[in-house]
Design a protein around this ligand. Sequence first.
Ligand SMILES: [Zn+2]
Ligand SMILES: [Zn+2]
Length: 118
Amino acid sequence: MNKLEAHIVLARCPKHNKDLYGIRMEKTQNGWKLTWAFPVDEGKAKSEGYDRTELRGNFSPAENYNGCPMCKAKVFLYCPNCSKITCYYGESHASCAWCGFSGNIEEQDDLSLKGGTM
Ligand SMILES: [Zn+2]
Ligand SMILES: [Zn+2]
């Protein structure tokens, strides 16, 4: 029996008032697969403990992944300062919707992006 491991990771959407949403990620042999994104309110995120989830590894969207519920982005920016994620649109300079850290995007491997220093 394969036990499915899945977690909810929180992200913020910079295009929509930095609203919170959750991304369901499933563990596969090749890393984490993004399977579903849904809006979450701050209170629920805290009570469910979503804000404490931190995952490492490779991330890739499942074929039918729906993307950010507000802006539809399927790619996210990983903040090296606070370890949280924000919708990302391919800019060379971007900022974190959680802590405001901003920098040039130096490194890109599929979905996990890292902001550099100012
Ligand atoms: Zn978004
Ligand atoms: Zn941050």
